[in-house]
Design a protein around this ligand. Structure first.
Ligand code: URA
Length: 239
C-alpha cells in the first residue's frame, strides 16, 4: 500500500497532510526516513514512526479504556468531557466507537473499535455477552434482593422480566451482578425495581475480559490499551 494511504487510514490526517508529513521527513520505517509518499510498503507486521512516535499498522483497531467518572460516552458531549478525549486523536480520526455506553458517573471497562461488525456482535442481545458490574447500594443488600434480581425484574419497555445472570453480595452494601442486556441505565433500573438504589456503579468485566487481569492488569482510570487477537478471543469465553 502507498505510504500516504497507510498514514491516512491509520488516522494521521487527510491525504494531503499525510503526504506532507512524509515529504517533511517525519516518517521512518526501520529507523530510515522514507520521504516518498508513493512508496509501496507491505502492511503485514509494519511498525512505522511518525514524528518520533512508533505505531503498529492495524487494519482494524480494538481498545479497552478504564473509564473514569465524569466522562460522557459521546463524540459531542454536552455537560462533561467526552471519553474520546482520553484517546489519541489518530484513533478518534479512525472513527473508533464505544461498544455500548456507560453512564457519565459509571466507572470501568469500556471497549472501542472501528470494526462495525465487532461492535454489532458484542452489542447484539442475541450474543449474550455478560457484563459484570459492582454496585454500591444506598441500603444494605439482602437475600431477597439477590433472589429478585436472579428471578428477573419488570422494566418499562421490556416485554419480559429481566434477570441478572449472576448476583451476589460482596459486602453489606456492595453488590456484584452480571447482565447480558445492554439497555439504557439497565443495572440501576434493575436494582431500583428490586427495591434498592445504586449510589455508585463500576463495570469490572466484559465477556471474559476483567479489569486488573491479563492484558488489563495495571490499567489505571483514564488509561487505555490495545486489545490483541488473543484478548479478543477472551470476550467470548464460551466460544
Ligand atoms: N447500567 C447502568 O445503569 N448504567 C451503566 O452505566 C451501565 C449499565
Amino acid at each position: 500500500m502507498k505510504l500516504e494511504r497507510i498514514l491516512q487510514n491509520q488516522g494521521f490526517g487527510s491525504r494531503r497532510q499525510c503526504r506532507q508529513l512524509v515529504e517533511l521527513g517525519e516518517v521512518r520505517i526501520g529507523g530510515e526516513i522514507i520521504d516518498n509518499p508513493g512508496a509501496e510498503i507491505a502492511t503485514a507486521g509494519l511498525v512505522f514512526e511518525v514524528e518520533g512516535e512508533a505505531w503498529t499498522y492495524r487494519d482494524k483497531t480494538y481498545l479497552a479504556l478504564y473509564k473514569p467518572s465524569g466522562y460522557e460516552c459521546s463524540h459531542e458531549p454536552k455537560h462533561h468531557r467526552g471519553v474520546y478525549s482520553l484517546l489519541p486523536h489518530q484513533l478518534v480520526a479512525r472513527n473508533v466507537q464505544s461498544v455500548g455506553r456507560l453512564d457519565v458517573d459509571t466507572t470501568g471497562l469500556l471497549l472501542f473499535s472501528d470494526d462495525g461488525a465487532f461492535i454489532h456482535n458484542l452489542s447484539s442481545p442475541k450474543k449474550h455477552v455478560p457484563k459484570i458490574y459492582r454496585a454500591e447500594l444506598a441500603e444494605d443488600g439482602s437475600d431477597i434482593l439477590i433472589k429478585r434480581l436472579l428471578a428477573g425484574v419488570d422494566l418499562i419497555d421490556e416485554p419480559l422480566p429481566v434477570p441478572a445472570l449472576t448476583a451476589r453480595l460482596l459486602g453489606p452494601r456492595t453488590l456484584e451482578m452480571s447482565v447480558d442486556l445492554g439497555k439504557y441505565h439497565v443495572v440501576k433500573r434493575m436494582i431500583a425495581a428490586a427495591g434498592n438504589h445504586v449510589e455508585q456503579l463500576h463495570r469490572s468485566g466484559f465477556g471474559g475480559l476483567n479489569l486488573g487481569e491479563g492484558c488489563l492488569a495495571g490499567l489505571a482510570e483514564g488509561e487505555w490499551v490495545y486489545l490483541e487477537a488473543a484478548d479478543l478471543q477472551q470476550l467470548h469465553p464460551a466460544a
